[in-house]
Design a protein around this ligand. Structure first.
Ligand code: FAD
Ligand code: NAD
Length: 478
């Protein structure tokens, strides 16, 4: 057994590799263990996010948006475009190139910081020992003062719709269709369903989403979810709520999906079916029973607020622990754990994690929703402002949606912001900064926002909280 490391990180996704880099920056000798390898048995770093998640999906979202613009919207700007054609193989090659540039970048960063990369599948044993089995079956054992579990998550499965990787795929399969299917079914109208459903709809597929819940995007602010639903319907996404899939049958090149909706039942035919019903933590084979690590009933590793598990010196970060399954949440947990291992009392503010759906327009949120505040009995003020009244939005032809800001009725402190519209992700990030600085809506009211920018919608929404918006007629706050 070798023990040259202060810290061993299991998993090289955004939670693991960021933790490893910060540990190394702090002078800790650090190793990352990664089981994912390429055809040459070289480690494939970056986890779900870089390989089959955030990055490839955003590459396709961007490319498909440009294609849809060229086909459908440039004429609005007085630009005639003829002979637009789709080179799907080229689009996929671009996506793959971006992925390999970024995964190569992570490899370079780990190397430059002196982090060792060990290839193989790791299991945590008792006493902070880690057994690694490489692709050829060879085993080695390592230990360290601190172990960080960052094994991530994988797509959830549902019994009626087993994934076959061909006609019935999960998100990974939906990132690499070789041709645009005429008819795409999606089970689950959550973040992945909306993003990947949008990609294939923009490229010409007829997309139907079957969502089990009666409410669309139930964790979003209800007003923003309702506005988003209208926008997506106009884009041609057919989202059916309260739809329970009862049977999926593959018949050669097509898939039949039977579902019930209330008292009625229907069967639809698709060329491809995407199953996007959530993700589950990858913890089943991660540790031995006597390792001291415990999980909850859904398989998430038990941790305290600082990501320490119940086993001394063992930490867990990212998708395998409670909280939203978001790359930036995992990365910041990774940094916090590195700082804690180094002896600093670092903490995260879990109430201020932005979340974004990268459709067009984007849907983004941070902090409390209006329904949260009602449920908590908080006396609040609300201000909203539509992009239709923003000069820059009109100039860009991006007038759908609104910015909504919620603040405490007594202190005026900002409690949440919700945006559907152009640049929503970047606008919500402004509110992340504001909340972290304990700003009030008055602070935003007094700031000077550049003109003409989309950010003026944030300024106007903050003014609207007190009935002071300039470019619309103010109505009673609520
Ligand atoms: P992962 O990224 O899953 O990495 C875990 C790593 O650990 C993997 O490389 C795995 O091979 C390795 N591993 C697992 N077990 C072992 C073991 N026993 N031994 C050795 N190695 C092991 N989030 C966002 O914030 N923004 C987005 O836009 C976004 N888009 C997404 C789009 C899609 C299609 C998907 C599927 C996800 C998306 N996510 C997005 C979610 C994001 O990808 C995850 O939250 C994030 O990757 C989790 O990071 P992680 O480091 O916890 O785990
Ligand atoms: P999700 O939780 O966002 O959505 C899953 C949807 O499937 C839900 O609406 C759920 O009600 C529905 N569902 C569950 N079981 C069903 C069934 N049997 N029939 C029909 N509908 C069913 O999960 P996801 O879209 O799979 O994404 C997984 C995770 O990845 C999320 O936690 C998300 O945070 C993360 N992710 C983030 C981004 C981003 O930040 N932009 C993008 C993609 C994924």
């Amino acid at each position: 057994m070798s023990n040259p490391f202060d810290v061993i990180v299991i998993g090289s996704g955004p939670a693991g590799y960021v933790c490893a880099i910060r540990c190394a920056q702090l002078g800790l000798s650090t190793a990352v263990i990664e089981q994912n390898v390429n055809e040459q048995a070289q480690p494939l770093l970056g986890g779900t996010c870089l390989n089959v998640g955030c990055i490839p999906s955003k590459a396709l979202l961007d490319s498909s948006h440009r294609y849809a613009d060229a086909v459908g919207h440039l004429a609005d700007h007085g630009i005639g475009v003829e002979g637009v054609s789709l080179d799907l193989a080229g689009m996929m090659a671009r996506k793959d190139k971006i992925v390999s540039q970024l995964t190569g970048g992570v490899s370079g960063l780990l190397k430059a910081n002196g982090v060792s990369v060990i290839t193989g599948s790791a299991v945590l044993l008792a006493g902070r020992q880690v057994e690694v089995t490489d692709a050829s079956g060879e085993k080695s054992t390592h230990n360290a003062e601190n172990i960080v579990l960052a094994a991530g998550s994988e797509p959830a499965a549902i019994p009626p719709a087993p994934v076959d990787g061909d006609r019935v795929v999960d998100s990974t399969g939906a990132l690499c269709f070789e041709a645009v299917p005429d008819r795409v079914g999606v089970i689950g109208a959550g973040v992945i369903g909306l993003e990947l459903g949008s990609v294939w709809a923009r490229l010409g597929a007829n997309v139907v989403m079957l969502e089990a819940m009666d409410q669309f995007l139930p964790n979003m602010d209800e007003q923003i979810a309702a506005e988003s639903a209208k926008i997506f319907a106009k884009q041609g996404l057919d989202i059916r709520l309260g739809a329970r899939v009862t049977d999926v049958t593959v018949n050669g090149d097509t898939v039949s999906v039977a579902y019930t909706q209330g008292d009625s039942s229907e069967t639809l035919e698709f060329d491809r079916l995407i199953v996007a019903v959530g993700r589950v933590p990858r913890t089943e084979k991660l540790f031995a029973a006597d390792s001291g690590v415990t999980v909850d009933e859904r398989g998430f590793v038990f941790v305290n607020d600082c990501c320490a598990t119940e086993a001394p010196g063992v930490w867990a970060v990212g998708d395998i622990v409670r909280g939203p399954m978001l790359a930036h949440k995992g990365s910041e947990e990774g940094v916090m754990v590195a700082e804690r291992i180094h002896g600093k009392a670092a903490q995260l503010n879990y109430d201020v994690i932005p979340s974004i759906i990268y459709t067009h327009p984007e849907v983004a949120a941070v902090g409390k929703t209006e329904q949260d505040l009602k449920a908590e009995g908080v006396d609040y003020k609300v201000g909203s402002f539509p992009f239709a009244a923003i000069g820059r939005a009109m100039a860009s032809g991006e007038t759908e949606g609104l910015v909504k800001i919620l603040s405490d009725a007594d202190s005026d402190q900002i409690l949440g912001a919700h945006v559907v519209g152009p640049s929503a992700a970047d606008l919500v990030q402004q509110i992340v900064i504001a909340i972290e600085m304990a700003a009030s809506t008055e602070d935003l009211q007094l700031m000077i926002f550049g003109h003409p920018t989309m950010s003026e919608a944030v300024h106007e929404a903050a003014l609207a909280v007190d009935g002071r918006a300039i470019h619309m007629v103010n109505r009673a706050s609520r």
